[in-house]
Design a protein around this ligand. Sequence first.
Ligand SMILES: C[S@@+](CC[C@H](N)C(=O)[O-])C[C@H]1O[C@@H](n2cnc3c(N)ncnc32)[C@H](O)[C@@H]1O
Length: 270
Amino acid sequence: MEEKTIEAGDLILLTSQEGKEFLVTAEERVFGTHMGNLDLGSLLGMPWGSTVTTHKGKAFYLLKPSLHDLTRHIKRQTQIIFPKDLGFILMKLDVGPGKTIVECGTGSGSLTLALAWMVGSTGRVISYEKEEKFALLAQQNLKRVGLDQRVVFKIKNAREGFDEEGVDALFLDLRTPWEYLDQAHSALGGGKTLGILVPTTNQVTKALEKMEEGNFAYPEVCEILLRYYKPNAERLRPQDRMVAHTGFLIFARKVYKNPKSIINERREKP
Ligand SMILES: C[S@@+](CC[C@H](N)C(=O)[O-])C[C@H]1O[C@@H](n2cnc3c(N)ncnc32)[C@H](O)[C@@H]1O
């Protein structure tokens, strides 16, 4: 396989040996840091993985940012969904090329970014947010990484319902998800997965109580724990601190309590 080189407009993760990171765009300009200046234009045509030095002699690796890197570098004005939770959410919602996924609320766009990455150029993410300022922030975050065209941002309260029907999956990341389960049910395709993230067990209880009314089956509740190790070959041991809690995840499948009434309703539609 031919080795790829850096082209104008590429996002580059400049990573120092101490792990300091900067996300920059390959373009004709000088990037200044406390570790020295770097002429970004001079990086064009260099192979990924190259090492370059600033005018102060500090070394940086030129790395292509992964989805994990991009998510860690978004501008935040809200609590965001962390990579450890994102990976599992994407699997449980069965997100892949060509899928149509609805999420609410958009917040800073961490989940939006992961969804947009996964649905590919043929898929669609429809992202609902009641606060215009957060929708704009998320849009900027997605634009920076070139994925904004895959997302339709809607400034709308979940209370008013979702405009879509038959979507492949739906995720609620807002404080009172149990208030919007009927709206989520209307938007989801039959048998498709609803996902929810809430930070407290009280919220999980309320969501489960609402689900017990029967429109969602097989509820699962879990949390993801991730423990990093100090990568020292001779003294390998866990990091002293970890992110112990982000949120609880709930997943359930949309079902019809009374399938016959749905079929009749559809038949009666002109
Ligand atoms: C925790 S943030 C979402 C973070 C986002 N998932 C991320 O990964 O960056 C919750 C967002 O839900 C929005 N929100 C809360 N209630 C809402 C509602 N009823 N309809 C639409 N958006 C709502 C809030 O304004 C806030 O931006």
